[in-house]
Design a protein around this ligand. Structure first.
Ligand SMILES: [Zn+2]
Length: 669
């Protein structure tokens, strides 16, 4: 995990109740250049509430009494409607969008004393919605060694040793983010290798999926796993070749068991971790975050309690509770509801959305229908097994018990609690769809919007079924470039054509989203995810099933209005329309007006939540451009070129493909 480059602001004495550093004030003043504003208007003043990498209590947006802010001077892409529409100006007041339209009307609407922002040719969009991330989990993992991009086991061990040197004695040494298939050794580290980091304290590394990893001898002993212990249900403790002695590598259930065995985080660690996570999300333009596995760690309840009690969040957070943790979460919720029974103890919300408490909303339940890519549950065996896996007719792993999934879907179908399922393989998708179809058949249609998360191998027939029950598909788009070739090897050409089938889902009329899945996934940047879903170019330069590409505008919808729809928040978020929250992101360029292959170079210039600026890009001063890479992104090979030119229409389907698609997606079904 890479900590974003944020303004090097330190917490200063409060000025007028807010924290400001000279640096952030200077950047605010210079960011959009000199304003071409009619005479008599107020000069540009810095907006308040800069995070600068530290958690600050800015849970409330600006009050109704604060002056309006008028944005103009760049593309204002409203994201309202199926085709791009632009406005000349936007006015924010009291945390909401007051006006969108021609400048003359905006000046009138803003009134005297308005703050003005000249976008200086940059692009204003609705703040991005993180359709599937793990902000709570990241609050722990960002305290660990960053293993993203390591190329060999010695390099991985080097980063772990350097991190260990910064920790007090006795604290676990943890790292996250390597990819076994990207290591020179093409395997996970062994316990002996991790023992070189420490033989006295636990050492734990997780790969980029967070579903697999390795542990050292101390931790194996602490977990009670030896040659004589059995693999737990829903997981694997790998053994040395020709022996039953654990090798150190663990997958699925044992990984979560290790996470559960950690010592609780201290309040200071939680404050630091939440601050890092929020800063990372805000630096990537995200004004609504999600935790798609609340309960993955025993610390989660403490982290969320502290978020509530100390009002640590300046952005919104949706929690989806890990299914097996549901009962504990319900008990925790009762305690929270009792504690915050007095409305005066809650921060008021600009949009009056009573589902939120101090920016946190318990939105639903989350299932795991299968494992990571290497354990995706397929209806047919893998074409080639993942490295190190010699199982015949390997089809991956089912994780959560089907009966429990069906029971929870049935009890929540007509409630205001959503369900979301991790489903990568087509059999995993099938099992989730069966649970939804049973609820639909027994109880009738509902505006439930169940979410098929990852949806990596979504068969054409499953798209039809998803449409019928009102399911949403959310794609882990950022994996296409780094992992597309690997997927093709694992699954073969026919099934790889289903991979991340955004084009088919779009044509079927299903609202779909894309997500980063941090701290799993490859990059916290949703712009990088957008670049992937639009271009679908893999590392080898191949375009993965070109018919599944989508337009940049539809890709942007996946990050904004569709994200809001996915979470039942489209009335207050996702587009720039009067009355909605002033959740905004300023980009260095308009993704609709650049060569699609350069979308990944677009930078987040500023992130604004309900009118309050949370992040400003320190490398983009007035009028300057930068070629700095996206924070935390996977290394990108600039020499790659796409085999299908983007200035030509997408390749038409063959008559047979077209006929199949029409049959599957036809309106009569
Ligand atoms: Zn996830």
């Amino acid at each position: 995990m890479v900590t974003p480059s944020l303004p090097a602001g330190k917490r200063r004495p409060a000025i007028g109740g807010r924290f400001r550093s000279p640096l952030t004030m200077a950047m605010a003043a210079g960011l959009f250049g000199a304003s071409a504003w009619p005479a008599g208007a107020t000069p540009l003043s810095p907006s308040a509430g800069v995070i600068a990498g530290l958690p600050v209590s800015v849970a409330q947006g600006p009050s109704q009494a604060s002056p309006a802010t008028l944005y103009q001077g760049g593309d204002i892409l409203t994201m309202a409607g199926p085709k791009p529409s632009y406005a000349e100006a936007l006015v924010e007041k009291g945390g909401r969008i007051l006006y969108v339209g021609p400048l003359a009307g905006a000046i009138k609407a803003a009134g005297g004393g308005a703050r003005q922002v000249n976008l200086a040719g940059r692009t204003l969009l609705p703040g991005f919605i993180d359709a599937h991330g793990h902000l709570v989990l990241a609050s722990h993992t960002l305290l660990n060694a960053d293993l993203i991009g390591v190329k060999s086991i010695p390099e991985l061990l080097g980063r772990m040793k350097a991190h260990a040197a910064t920790l007090p004695e006795g604290v676990w040494v943890e790292g996250l983010g390597y990819r076994a298939e990207q290591l020179a050794e093409n395997r996970h580290p062994t316990k002996e290798e991790l023992d070189t980091v420490s033989t006295t304290r636990p050492v734990f590394v997780q790969d980029g999926s967070a579903h697999q990893g390795s542990i050292n001898s101390v931790l194996l002993k602490q977990m009670g796993w030896s040659a004589s212990s059995k693999d737990p249900a829903g997981g694997v403790i790998s053994r040395k070749p020709g022996s039953s002695e654990p090798s150190g590598h663990v997958a699925e259930a044992p990984v979560f068991a290790v996470l559960a065995a950690k010592a609780p985080l201290t309040p200071a660690q939680i404050r630091q971790g939440v601050g890092k996570a929020v800063a990372l999300w805000a630096a990537n333009g995200q004004t609504t975050a999600s935790e798609m596995g609340f309960g993955l760690s025993d610390d989660d309840i403490n982290v969320v309690r502290q978020m509530l009690d100390e009002k640590l969040l300046p952005i919104d957070l949706l929690l989806f509770v890990k299914h097996s943790f549901l009962e504990q979460a319900k008990a925790g919720r009762s305690a929270v509801v009792a504690q915050y029974a007095d409305p005066a103890s809650r921060s008021p919300r600009v949009d009056g959305d009573g589902r939120y408490l101090n920016r946190v909303r318990l939105a639903g339940a989350k299932f795991w229908m299968d494992g990571s890519m290497d354990n995706a549950y397929m209806s047919q065996p893998y074409t080639n097994n993942p490295p190190g896996n010699t199982e015949k007719n390997f089809r991956g792993l089912a994780v959560d018990p089907q009966a429990a999934v069906e029971a929870t879907v049935a009890t929540t179908w007509k409630s205001n609690r959503q369900v979301a399922a991790h489903a990568i393989g087509d059999q995993a998708v099938d099992n989730f769809l069966v649970a939804i179809e049973k609820a639909y058949a027994a109880q009738g249609p509902a505006d439930h919007r169940p979410i098929i998360q990852h949806a990596q191998f979504l068969r054409p027939d499953q798209i039809v079924r998803a449409k019928k029950v009102g399911a949403i598909t959310s794609f882990t788009a950022g994996g296409i470039y780094p992992m597309g070739d690997y997927l093709a090897r694992l699954m073969g050409p026919e099934r790889v054509a289903w991979a991340g089938a955004a084009g088919s889902v779009q044509r079927a009329g299903i609202p779909w989203t894309i997500h980063h899945d941090m701290p799993a996934g490859v990059s916290p940047s949703l712009i990088y995810a957008l670049w992937n879903i639009v271009n679908r170019t893999t590392k080898s330069g191949v375009v993965l099933s070109p018919q599944e590409r989508v337009s940049p505008y539809d890709g942007l919808r996946a990050l904004t209005i569709n994200g809001a729809y996915q979470f039942h928040e489209e009335k207050s978020k996702g587009s720039l329309e009067p009355g909605k929250l002033a959740d905004l992101v300023v980009l260095s360029a308009n993704p609709l007006k650049v060569d699609p292959m350069t979308i990944k170079d677009i930078q987040v210039v500023e992130t604004i939540k309900e009118g309050t600026s949370l992040y400003r890009n320190p490398s983009l001063s007035a009028g300057a451009t930068t070629t700095a890479s996206v924070p935390g992104s996977a290394p990108i090979n600039e020499k790659d070129n796409c085999l299908v030119p983007h200035d030509q229409p997408q390749k038409p389907l063959s008559p047979a493909q077209q006929a199949t698609l029409e049959r599957l997606l036809g309106p009569g079904r």
